[in-house]
Structures are given as C-alpha cells and as structure tokens.
Design a protein around this ligand. Structure first.
Ligand SMILES: *Cc1c(COP(=O)(O)O)cnc(C)c1O
Length: 364
C-alpha cells in the first residue's frame, strides 16, 4: 500500500520503556523495576487529585465540557492571562502538533537547538518542513539569531529548560532575542520544566503573561506531565495572543481532553504546596547526582529540571550501559539517538536514586 510520502522519513518516537514491557521482556517483577526515563514526578500527584477523580468516575457517559471552562479559569488565574489566550491539548505535545500544522508546510523551515525535544522534528516532518539546527549543545541565542537571519524560518523552538540537556535560557536574554524577531515568525517557548527552573533560579523564570503582553508572535507551552505528576492524564496547554489561539483552535479535535483529565488538572493546579514540595525534594536529591558524577569524574550539565544528563567518555558506551541497567530493572534514557554518548536519568525518590548509583557504579 502506498502511504503519504512524508511518512517515509519519520522514525517513530521512542518513549521511555514502560514498566509493563520490562516485566514481559525480562521477567522482572513490577515492584523491582525503577523507571527513571520519562521525567515523571516520583512523588506522584497531589492526593487531592486522586480523591477528586474518584468522585467523578461515576459520571462518564456524557462527553467532557468542551469549553474546558474550569481548567481555563484555573490557568487564567494562575498566569494572569485571559481565557482567550489559552488552548488546552492532550499533552503539550498536541499543542506542538497544532502549531506545526497551523504555521508550516513543505516550504517551511523550522529552527531548533542542535539537541532538543524530539517531537519538534517529528511534527515538522508531518508537514514536510525542513529542520535547521544550531551547532551548540546548549541554547546559544546568538547562533539562533544568525540562523534566523540567514534562513528565515517560519517557526523557532526555544526549549527552556531544554530536554534532554537540562540547561535553561536566561529570561532577560530571551526577551531581548524575541524583540529582534519579526512578527511573522512564530516563536514557541516550551516550558515543560519551567516550574523547576523558576524554583531554582529567578533569572530563568519566563512568565507567559510577559510573553503575551509583549509579543503577538510567541506561544508559551506548559504541561501537567512533569512537576504536577499527571503524565498519565495527558494535559498540556499553550498560552499566546488571541489571534494565534484562534487559528490553533481550528485544528483541535472536539473533546480532546477527557473529563477525568480536566478534573485532575484543575485540582492539581490548586495544590501549589504539593508541587512546591516536589520541587524542593527534586533539587535536594539532585545534589546526590552531582556528587556522584564528581566522584566518578563524569561530566554533568547544570540542570534546571527533574533530570540529569551524564556524559560518558569512550570506551564507556551509553547504549551498552542503558541496556545493562535495563536488564536489572533500571530504566533510564540512552541519548545515543540524539548523537550523544550520554544517559539521561530522572531524579527519583531517595531509594530509587540509591539503587541507580549502586547499579551504575558496578558498570562504570
Ligand atoms: C515532556 C515534554 C513535553 C510534553 O509533554 P506532554 O506530556 O505531551 O505534555 C513537551 N516538551 C518537552 C521538552 C518535554 O520534555
């Protein structure tokens, strides 16, 4: 059968291996498996969410509230923007998809960091757009600007903090950069880990309100999958100028967020204390990764997220190490697919991190 030609160059996105698969492949009991591969919150989500979700389970025959009023009001209040500035997606992934289809086609160029979130490229390929990359591992806004000038991209993606490297862009430098970009170029600021960056360092905190007030051509993306601990619920959002949101809405499938997910995200948003506590625990545990890396002489990029990227030196090989860990029930992310000899590890609970140190030390 012949398929859309654009699919030929697309490789399927490799998500972190689910626990279920490791159980089946290696016969390891679920309770002996530690998943530190997808940057989920090891503390789960707010207990208030679990209670609220159970309460509405009885009522699932009706379609969800497609106006998503409750969640939009929550986001509106949290970020001090109008509901006309908000679109909600099945994960912020879906908002990236909307953005790509709204703005790009086979004549478009998309500018991204050398190493960054894989979905930008995959969605670009859906529409046949060309990907342009900078050279440096961390976001270098001068390099972005030079490529913007020479290549005239339709969309620029800034991922801050960046996945899978963990570095974050200075907020003031970003605003300065955005001021130099013409109004017909759409800039996506992916803040999937912004809660972590803002907690660690004020200077990295980018607020959607400021972006919306100052720029008509910028969209900020956020998600409930990371700090809020709701990866399984698939809820993300985009915040942008009303005309951009209006265009994205044309691409949104009806009822793209389930009743359960809407409820979970709305309640999670109210429990700031839970998120705050998670952020605190995350950076406390991250210190252990730093000392471990120091002790082992492993290079580590300063991380503003809930993961660390450990760069290995030949002959140590990230694929071999990730595989060996997997066979022992420890799931981490091999970054060889990103052209790096490195592994990315989500900061887990204290005992999960101890287990990681123990297993990897034996392999190094
Ligand atoms: C996890 C992640 C997302 C999106 O996650 P969703 O679960 O689809 O909301 C977006 N961008 C980056 C950089 C991520 O790491």
């Amino acid at each position: 059968m012949k398929f859309n030609k654009k699919l030929e160059s697309i490789s399927t996105y490799e998500a972190g291996k689910p626990i279920e698969l490791v159980v089946r492949e290696f016969g390891i009991e679920p309770q002996d498996i530690v998943k530190l591969a997808s940057n989920e919150n090891p503390n789960g989500c707010s207990p208030k969410v679990q209670k609220a979700v159970v309460d509405i389970v009885a009522n699932m025959a009706l379609y969800p509230d497609d106006s998503m009023m409750q969640l939009k009001e929550g986001l509106s209040k949290r970020f001090d923007v109008s509901d006309k500035n908000i679109i909600i997606g099945s994960g912020s992934d879906q908002v990236i998809e909307f953005v790509m289809h709204a703005k790009a086609d086979e004549n478009s160029k998309i500018l991204i960091n050398s190493v960054t979130f894989a979905m930008y490229e995959i969605y670009a390929k859906h529409v046949g757009a060309e990907i342009i990359r900078t050279d440096s591992l961390e976001h270098d806004l001068d390099a972005f600007y030079a490529l913007y000038k020479s290549q005239n991209p339709d969309i620029i993606f800034l991922c801050t903090p960046n996945n899978p490297t963990g570095d974050a862009i200075d907020a003031a430098a970003m605003i300065e950069f955005l001021e130099k970009i013409d109004s017909d170029t759409l800039v996506v600021v992916d803040g999937a880990y912004m809660e972590y960056a803002a907690y660690k360092d004020d200077a990295k905190a980018v607020t959607p309100k400021e972006l919306v007030e100052r720029f008509d051509n910028v969209i900020y993306l956020g998600t409930f999958s990371k700090a809020y601990g709701l990866g399984g619920m698939r809820v993300g959002y985009g915040i942008s100028s009303a005309p951009i949101i209006k265009e994205l809405y044309k691409l949104r499938p009806p009822f793209n967020i389930t009743t359960l997910s809407l409820e979970a995200a709305s309640v999670a948003l109210e429990d700031e204390q839970f998120v705050e506590e998670s952020l605190k625990l995350n950076f406390e545990e991250m210190e252990r990764y730093k000392s471990f890396a120091n002790k082992q002489n492993i290079a580590i990029i300063e991380s503003y997220t809930n993961f660390v990227t450990l760069s290995l030196e030949e002959p140590k090989n990230s694929t071999a190490i990730a595989d060996a860990l997997l066979k022992q029930g420890m799931i981490v992310r091999d970054l060889s697919g990103y052209g790096m000899n490195a592994i990315r590890v989500t900061v887990g609970k204290p005992e999960q991190n101890s287990r990681f140190f123990e297993l990897i030390e034996a392999l190094l």
